[in-house]
Design a protein around this ligand. Structure first.
Ligand code: CP
Length: 336
């Protein structure tokens, strides 16, 4: 397969340039415009209807799995899935590496969510050395990366700030379990590509963002602060990115550490202190860290993030298979 020089594997947030981020966001905008009509949907579903995808999700997922599934459907791609390794020959002792290499024999690309950090990168390197080096998309790996979530977060922020000069110059507060939240880590890398974006990391000390991210931000000259008091920062930021306690990692970490969730939750009572044009984000799923009553506030963007994820993933898959030109041509030819 001919490789798009802009993207082949999608493995880490650091791989994306600012130029790429704008291109994928523009493409997602065009795709959603095309998708407004039956003819447009029919066109989109013809673009990659000769391709097949494997969704290998051995960690739970609702949004990422279904949005990739829907994205493939929109592009006419047929999908297969393994979500429970007990249904594959891994139970007979086959290694995960051999399992995924087997997928590459049958499918044109692999979308994977895996509990091990760097697993997608390892698989991409392995496949690169075989006769079937199919694209690998990291749909969440360990506690380290969730690059496609970060793409949809950037897309949501870009749309939210489209009448306010874009993402440049804005301030973003990340709140909650930052130590084990892979979405935060990937988005911190991407926000570093924008000009004068200030990042606040708001968490109890034992749940703070990893030193590796802070080191990266230092090397990129990014302005950031590490804080514990959430309520104090609310009036000062343009975006609040809430996250839940990631306690599914407790057994792996051997930790029972907890924090007072009330101090790191956004409630209806907090809304008057938010800037009138601020936005509230959350990768979801949520627990109590955003009260359900907040959903009705026009600044709440997390349900839009869910939908935006599908459009960005359509754009991502289209780019991996070098179909961005076809989409732009259809868009222009139909005066959209
Ligand atoms: N945001 C996210 O990754 O959600 P899921 O775990 O439901 O895929």
């Amino acid at each position: 397969m001919e490789r798009n020089s802009k993207i082949f594997h999608c493995l880490t947030a650091q791989q994306f340039s600012r130029e790429f981020l704008h291109e994928i966001c523009d493409l997602a905008d065009r795709i959603r415009d095309i998708a407004r009509t039956k003819a447009g949907m029919e066109y989109l579903s013809s673009i990659l209807n000769h391709k097949r995808a494997m969704l290998y999700f051995v960690q739970p997922s609702t949004r990422t799995f279904l949005s990739f599934y829907s994205a493939c459907q929109i592009l006419g791609i047929r999908c297969a899935e393994v979500r429970d390794p007990k249904t594959s020959s891994e139970v007979k002792g086959e290694s995960e590496e051999d399992t995924v290499r087997t997928f590459s024999s049958y499918f044109d690309f692999i979308i994977m969510r895996h509990p091990k950090a760097n697993f997608a990168e390892k698989i991409a390197q392995l496949l690169n050395k075989t006769e079937r080096p199919v694209p690998v998309i990291n749909a969440g790996s360990g506690k380290d990366q969730h690059p496609t979530q970060a793409l949809l977060d950037i897309y949501t922020l870009r749309r939210s700030f489209s009448h306010r000069g874009g993402i440049d110059g804005k301030s973003v507060a990340f709140v909650g379990d930052l130590l084990r939240g892979r979405t935060i880590r990937s988005l911190a890398y991407l926000l570093a590509k924008f000009e004068d974006v200030k990042q606040y990391f708001v968490a109890p000390p034992e749940f703070q963002i990893g030193e590796d991210i802070l080191k990266y931000l230092d090397s990129a000259g990014v302005n950031y602060e590490v804080l514990t008091n959430f309520k104090k920062i609310i009036p000062h930021v343009d975006a609040i990115y809430m996250t839940r306690l990631q306690d599914e990692w407790d057994a792996v970490d051997g930790t029972k550490a907890r924090f007072d969730l009330e101090h790191y939750s956004l409630t209806e009572q907090d809304l008057p202190s938010l800037k009138p044009d601020a936005v509230i984000l959350h990768p979801l799923p949520r627990r109590q860290e955003i009260a359900v009553e907040v959903d009705a506030d026009p600044r709440a963007m997390y349900w839009r993030q869910v939908r935006n994820g599908m459009w960005v993933r359509v754009a991502l898959v289209a780019m991996i298979f070098s179909r961005e030109k076809n989409i732009v041509e259809y868009y222009l030819n139909n005066n959209l």
